[in-house]
Design a protein around this ligand. Structure first.
Ligand code: CA
Length: 316
């Protein structure tokens, strides 16, 4: 019996194997867990902005982004620096964390991606320790100050009672953030953060750390002291009516008089090779709040994946 069926069975099996080999890739055969698309040579370190954190009660600041990068091969670390402090204090904290990451991974450099105040923070590290940094990517970075910080600084002048009150209120807010994110040991100085994010404070910082800044609103040098510099930005303050943060960003956007993301002007965010402006506001840039963004525009998570691939292609 088996002798009668064998030739037919073997032929059917060959045909089946042939069909599966041709068709499975077309119809979504289980993909490899890691395609290698985001597999950079050096680890990626994500650095948060003002009032930021690594994760708050289990929710990523870079919402869904670390996992999306890891999924295709990247080694990703999320830094936690002071939620509110000067660029220099945050930069020193980051430098120390980078040295730990290098010790853990054995990597000789890292790729830094910073959002908002995270932009100047990673620029600080690339300025003082370029040998440890493969690339700097600024996303909605406050590289030339924020008009919102200038106005706030004008409302609460240095050395006044109102400054003390605002500082204490901001400290209380940060304490709440730290409670949920485990950052209680990090020093907080909201007024120092405000100074760093103002136009005057940024100009002072930029005199000391001018690397890759464009003179105008275009692109700056892409390669400085062996470090590659990139940026992208949002220019649409209101993008999703369901997002509770859009109202505030929409109101703040009115003070700029130029393209902005609700907190940072498009020109302030530029650094190194500018990769583009997108229909995103300041929180969309990190896929917040909870993934609520312009659903008809590019997914913010996709931009991070593309950047990881760009770094991979550059052997970084
Ligand atoms: Ca949003």
């Amino acid at each position: 019996m088996s002798g009668f069926l064998d030739p037919l069975f073997r032929r059917s099996l060959r045909q089946l194997c042939f069909v599966l080999a041709i068709c499975l890739p077309l119809f979504g055969a289980p993909a490899q867990a890691q395609s290698g698309y985001t597999q950079t040579r050096y680890p990626i370190v994500l650095v948060h902005g003002l009032f930021g954190f690594d994760s708050f009660l289990g929710v990523d600041y870079f919402y869904g982004i670390p996992s999306a990068l890891r999924q295709d091969g990247a080694r990703v670390f999320v830094a936690q620096v002071s939620a509110a402090n000067s660029t220099e204090v945050r930069g020193e904290q980051l430098l120390s964390q980078i040295k730990n990451i290098m010790a853990i991974t054995g990597a000789s450099k890292v790729n830094l991606i910073g959002h908002s105040h995270g932009g100047p923070t990673i620029r600080y590290v690339a300025g003082v320790a370029p040998q440890l940094v493969a690339s700097v990517t600024s996303v909605g970075g406050v590289n030339k100050g924020s008009r919102v910080a200038d106005i706030l600084r004008g409302i609460v002048p240095a050395g006044t009672l109102s400054e003390t009150l605002v500082n204490n209120a901001a400290k209380a807010f940060v304490a709440l953030i730290n409670l949920g994110s485990g950052g209680t040991s990090l020093a907080q100085m909201p007024v120092a953060a405000l100074n760093s994010l103002s136009t005057a404070g940024s100009l002072d910082f930029n005199r000391r750390f001018p690397q890759a800044l464009p003179g105008d609103c275009g692109s700056g040098p892409e390669l400085v002291n062996g470090v590659r510099y990139y940026s992208w930005a949002g220019t649409q303050p209101v993008t999703n009516v369901l997002d509770i943060s859009d109202g505030a960003l929409g109101i703040m956007s009115l003070v700029f008089g130029q393209a902005n993301d609700g907190l940072v002007s498009a020109c302030s965010s530029r650094l190194g090779k500018h990769l583009g402006d997108y229909r995103q506001n300041h929180l969309d840039e990190v896929n917040q709040v909870l993934g609520l963004r312009d659903w008809f525009s590019v997914d913010p998570v996709t931009l991070y994946r593309q950047q990881a691939n760009r770094l991979k292609q550059a052997n970084l």
